[in-house]
Design a protein around this ligand. Structure first.
Ligand SMILES: Nc1ncnc2c1ncn2[C@@H]1O[C@H](COP(=O)(O)OP(=O)(O)OP(=O)(O)O)[C@@H](O)[C@H]1O
Length: 793
């Protein structure tokens, strides 16, 4: 059952592959063969019906009786279907139906263009009706020839246009068919009759040489005889229309012999070239079907829903405590009354963690007055996390959110299984959790297009990230999405290592796909920038505006892989602990992130950034401007809330997955879906145990500037601050990059580079893991000597 719920999602992924009704090549083969065989069965049944129809009449009433045997070669099925089509239908012209079904089968089976098939059906049905009426007209008595339809139609026509009218109508329809369908013109008929007449004559003449012939007829005679190679042609004044062999090459030639010069001239009138309506792409599609990016892992199985735990199995969903509701209501009404605010109406909506009390104040009450009472209401309800929304956007009411005494966990299972997620027609659907009215909340990451998450420690960020990743794992094939995971904490995302060869992307020549070292993040970000530029070039080449259109075009085989085109998976970059990254690498990460955030939306690279510390030096203006979609878990101060959401509110949340989501306009309070580590482990194990790609998805190579860790760094290439750095290190007797960063106000990368140069110069020792490097020069005098010696050399 649970599995079944998931399967529509797989279709959901194809749903986005619309437009239009399309059947695959394999389906065409199956349907085609079925129709061919059905056509043949009908032929057999119809032929046999012609001989056995009288004998089988009685069996028709007893189709259910197994004792009764039909004589038709296709037994009772044959007798019944033939009776339906021939006797009750169109008479013997019903054979056309069998023919049309067989032809349809052939078209589908061999993958011919279906356009012609529609013509066959159109003209076939018309012809069938014509024959039915024709037989109804001329052989009214025989039900077998015209069928009941033929008889009735003929009867009807005769009642309205009479005997002659029907005859004329039949003639007209026949002419129409011949002229339009068979393209027969009166000239062609005339010419044909003429030729026939002459042929007869020639035969007659050659068998009777004494017969008198006219000069014109002579020509035809000699022509005919010449063709038989019996006599040599006499030169004559004539125009010789000989149909040459080249006719086979679609070229008609005529030889003109001029009377005087007797030089033969060949006039060549090339026929219209056949139009190649079949483009290369449609040919490829006909032969191989649409490109299927999932083909390499075609047996890939999506994780099943039972890998996720149902947390509410005992409680059976949200439980409403009537007493609690009543109590809260009374307290709100009383508190407001104390401030002389009368309430006209109050309504409660119970959510998983919070209940929303919507109040309609009496006329004339100022909204700001209620807003200012936030703390007083919180005090009287003796509850944390009260939030007042005044007014609720789109409604003429004021909302007071009060946390429930017993909150309900929103399980990942319930949101994944919800129809909203299963039927979501989105590129990258994320099932974030449930709203205050207990509705599953699903958003499209592709539309966001980047997401910023912040919240104090322990408030549910990591769970939120896992929920996001799980949503994508539940709906996207490994060919469709790739993750780049940055996890400086080294523990949060390690579980995803198991799906490295399915879903992760990494730099070439690196061991781990999950990046835990901040220095490597810079390379990865720059590599993503290269990927972005490459993708833009591909899009430009394909003349499309975004990745969706590009992939549609690629699947339709309109882009040649030999020109570098390939199916482009979405890339989702997830950075946990962004604050840590900014602190250590500064501008060097901010610039590529800002670049990606500004430009990457169209080419399918989406960023999800999570941070504990939402201070302004972490979430800088440039980053904020490019991340309109934000999630705030509980933060400790109003200022932090403002930094993330540009408004307060996040400080009043109650934690444990209680969050506010904004996409630029309204704030939506959600309870984040809860997915525990063992569940993630099960999902990744389920995926990881299946057949995978040979390697993780490889990002373009990026030659980072700090890749020069080799020790033979040229003296002339030393950093400008090299000497100053050396002095700082020697004075402090501490060989660490972070010291240089602090003292000389450098970025992580530059400080690292200088340390490498210091190592090359023999000032500090080699890298020793987490410990600071050893300083090999003990004082400034020795340092001066060393550096001066270098210059003199
Ligand atoms: N959506 C949720 N529903 C219920 N409980 C939750 C939810 N999210 C988090 N919790 C609870 O809060 C705890 C801490 O969550 P989580 O590890 O995600 O915090 P965090 O913000 O990532 O903390 P840190 O920044 O220190 O890593 C979880 O172990 C869990 O018990």
């Amino acid at each position: 059952m649970a599995n079944k719920k998931i399967s529509p999602k797989k279709n959901g992924t194809t749903k986005s592959k619309k437009p239009g009704f399309k059947i695959s090549r394999q389906q065409k083969v199956v349907l085609g063969s079925f129709l061919m065989l059905l056509g043949i069965a009908l032929f057999i049944a119809f032929i046999s019906f012609l001989f056995n129809w009288q004998a089988d009449q009685s069996t028709l009433n007893e189709l259910g009786n197994r004792e009764v045997v039909a004589k038709n070669w296709m037994s009772k099925f044959g007798a019944a279907i033939s009776d339906f089509f021939i006797y009750k239908g169109f008479g013997i012209s019903a054979f056309i139906v069998a023919g049309l079904i067989t032809v349809s089968g052939v078209y589908l089976f061999f993958g011919y263009q279906l356009k012609n098939l529609f013509l066959y059906w159109f003209w076939g049905v018309l012809l069938m009706l014509w024959w039915a009426v024709f037989f109804g007209f001329f052989a009214e008595q025989s039900g077998l020839l015209g069928g009941r339809i033929g008889f009735e139609l003929n009867d009807y026509l005769q009642d309205y246009i009479g005997f002659v009218g029907t005859l004329l109508l039949l003639t007209f329809l026949l002419i129409t068919y011949l002229a339009i369908r068979l393209k027969i013109s009166p000239e062609m008929v005339g010419q044909y009759l003429k030729n026939q007449k002459k042929e007869i004559k020639t035969d007659f003449d050659s068998s009777n040489p004494s017969a008198k012939i006219t000069s014109e007829e002579k020509d035809w005679v000699s022509e005919a005889i010449k063709e038989k190679g019996k006599i040599k042609e006499e030169p004559k004044t004539k125009i010789d229309f000989s149909i040459s062999e080249e006719k086979k090459k679609e070229t008609s030639k005529s030889k003109v012999a001029s009377p005087e010069a007797e030089v033969q001239m060949e006039v060549e009138t090339p026929e219209e070239e056949e139009q190649e309506i079949d483009t290369l792409s449609s040919k490829l599609i006909r032969d191989f079907g649409e490109f299927d990016p999932t083909l390499e892992l075609k047996n890939y199985k999506w994780p099943t829903i039972d890998l996720l735990k149902d947390y509410n199995i005992n409680s059976g969903g949200i439980t409403v405590d009537q007493e609690e509701l009543e109590e809260n209501k009374n307290k709100i009404v009383e508190t407001l009354k104390n401030y002389k605010i009368e309430i006209a109406q109050i309504k409660a909506t119970v959510g998983p963690t919070v209940t929303l009390y919507e109040i309609v104040p009496e006329a004339g009450i100022r909204i700001s007055k209620i807003k200012n009472l936030e703390d007083d209401i919180a005090l009287s309800l003796s509850a944390l996390g009260i939030r007042i929304i005044a007014p609720i956007p789109g409604k003429g009411t004021i909302g007071i959110e009060v946390p429930n005494k017993n909150s309900t966990i929103v399980s990942m299972r319930s949101v994944i299984a919800s129809p909203k997620f299963q039927n979501a027609e989105m590129e990258l659907p994320l099932a974030l959790g449930k709203t205050i009215s207990n509705e599953t909340f699903v958003v499209d990451l592709a539309k966001m297009p980047h997401l910023l998450m912040a919240g104090a420690t322990g408030q549910g960020k990591s769970v939120g990230l896992n929920a996001i990743l799980a949503s994508l794992l539940y709906c996207k094939h490994p060919a469709e999405v790739k993750f780049v995971l940055v996890d400086p904490k080294k523990v949060e995302l390690t579980l995803f290592n198991k799906i490295e060869r399915h879903y992760l992307a990494k730099l070439p020549n690196t061991d781990d796909a999950i990046i835990t070292d901040n220095a490597k993040v810079i390379n990865t970000l720059n590599s993503l920038c290269i990927e972005m530029d490459d993708r833009y070039n591909l899009l430009k080449d394909a003349m499309v505006r975004n990745i969706k259109e590009y992939n549609v075009k690629f699947k339709a085989r309109k882009l040649n892989p030999e020109n570098g085109h390939k199916f482009l998976p979405y890339i989702v970059l997830v950075i946990d602990e962004f604050a840590d990254l900014i602190m250590t690498a500064g501008k060097e990460v901010e610039t590529p992130i800002a670049r990606l955030a500004q430009l990457a939306r169209a080419i399918g690279i989406h960023l999800i950034i999570a941070t504990q510390r939402p201070s302004v030096n972490v979430i800088t203006g440039i980053i904020k401007a490019n991340f309109p979609a934000r999630i705030a878990f509980r933060v400790t101060s109003k200022i932090d809330s403002r930094t993330i959401l540009d408004s307060s509110g996040a400080d009043q949340l109650i934690g444990r997955g209680d969050m506010l989501f904004t996409q630029g306009n309204d704030l939506i309070r959600l309870q984040c879906a809860f997915v525990d580590t063992p569940e993630i482990e099960k999902i990744t194990e389920f995926i990881g145990s299946q057949k995978a790609y040979p390697d993780a998805h490889l990002l373009p190579e990026y030659d980072g500037e700090e890749s020069g860790t080799s020790l033979d760094i040229d003296v002339s290439e030393r950093d400008k601050l090299f000497r100053e750095a050396a002095e700082t290190i020697v004075v402090a007797q501490q060989g660490s990059a972070s010291l240089l960063q602090r003292k000389l106000k450098l970025g992580y990368n530059r400080a690292g580079r200088i340390i490498d140069q210091l190592e090359a110069a023999g000032i500090v020792g080699p890298f020793e893991g987490s410990k600071a490097r050893q300083v090999l020069i003990s004082d400034m005098v020795s340092l001066d000597r060393l550096l001066n010696d270098e210059i003199n050399n």
